[in-house]
Design a protein around this ligand. Sequence first.
Ligand SMILES: NC(=O)c1ccc[n+]([C@@H]2O[C@H](COP(=O)([O-])OP(=O)(O)OC[C@H]3O[C@@H](n4cnc5c(N)ncnc54)[C@H](O)[C@@H]3O)[C@@H](O)[C@H]2O)c1
Ligand SMILES: [Zn+2]
Ligand SMILES: [Zn+2]
Length: 391
Amino acid sequence: MKALVWHGKEDIRYDTVTDPEIQDERDAIIRVTSCAICGSDLHLFHNFIPAMLPGDIMGHESMGEVVETGRGLNGTLKKGDRIVVPFTIICGECEQCRRGNYSVCQRTNRNKSIAEKVFGHTTAGLFGYTHLTGGYPGGQAEYLRVPFADATHIKVPDGLSDEQVLFLSDILPTGWQAVVQCDLEPTDTVAIWGCGPVGQMAIRSAVLLGARHIIAIDCVPERLEMAEAGGATTINFMTESVVERLNELTGGLGPEKCIDAVGTESHVTFSQPDTIYDRAKQMVALESDRAHVLREIIYVCRPAGIISIPGVYGGLVDKIPMGLVMNKGLTIKTGQTHVNRWTDDLLERIDRGEIDPSFVITHSVGLEQGPEMYRVFRDKSDSCVKVLLKP
Ligand SMILES: NC(=O)c1ccc[n+]([C@@H]2O[C@H](COP(=O)([O-])OP(=O)(O)OC[C@H]3O[C@@H](n4cnc5c(N)ncnc54)[C@H](O)[C@@H]3O)[C@@H](O)[C@H]2O)c1
Ligand SMILES: [Zn+2]
Ligand SMILES: [Zn+2]
């Protein structure tokens, strides 16, 4: 089959690879009908997250039709079923899964012992996301093996298009969880850093969950326009001071709730000298992440506020002012998304027409254009916000 394969830094190719096969009785194989490129894939593209190996198949936002089933699925899935595949592989039975903490499932990471050494504990297996999280082949491919498929799926009705439901795999529940973690009160101002696909889903979620005021921060004009169309007041961090504007917009108090939907690759710009410092340290491997956004959030967040971090960080972050976090009494919540915790509710909301996540798609192309699309998405060229790939 054909797939998008990681070969090294900024080197993703459209290769011919071996077709997946059933390896375990709880496996299913799907024929992928749609998949997408995520901001998290860009961190792999830039080789900022450790433990990728040449030959790894990319992709963790996929859906398709079940074409083969293992013997142990107990009737949960059958050939012809249409499913969205959550990026977190879950067993559905362990202590964490039973609590709905799916992204830290204790059983699905087949490289558990490495994860335990690095993280202190294992986390869930993830599709197409390094050997620390299981080294599972991803779904930017014609076919995908879904391990633990009886638990790891979202069944979708035929009436809804791929475009409407695909993002249940990741960015919609991610934006949603980011806002839920804020424990919104109807009087809250929520500030959201990053108007990429995750930021956009967080804005829409904040509207649905009843924020009083939503402020979105980025520097890409089309993304800021999309944020505004979704109901946010916008700040362009290249032309305005984020801290000054946020204080102005909140009567000098700062936003109560702050969401970091940027993560480890904050833009490097001379107007934010700490980003230059981070970049320099990154180049000599003294630091793994550029944490400008986190520093800005901690500084501007209202005392006793909540900081929600869906943005991915890879390892060691430098110069985080813990003294401010402590003295201001801030709460930090983060994590890979517990996708299946939210998807029944979100699927119903899509079905009722309350939200249509397809608004974010700017490019819909064949899988063979994937390698080029990684660059377009990374560079935000051609007004790119989200790329859908059709194998
Ligand atoms: N927690 C999860 O489960 C989960 C799931 C999906 C994605 N993510 C992470 O969420 C983050 C965003 O993903 P995405 O798909 O939207 O990616 P993206 O790269 O398209 O979006 C990031 C946006 O941040 C903006 N940005 C950069 N520096 C900024 C700054 N200083 N202030 C404000 N905005 C800034 C960029 O211009 C860009 O629009 C990534 O780190 C991704 O890995 C996490
Ligand atoms: Zn993702
Ligand atoms: Zn589990």
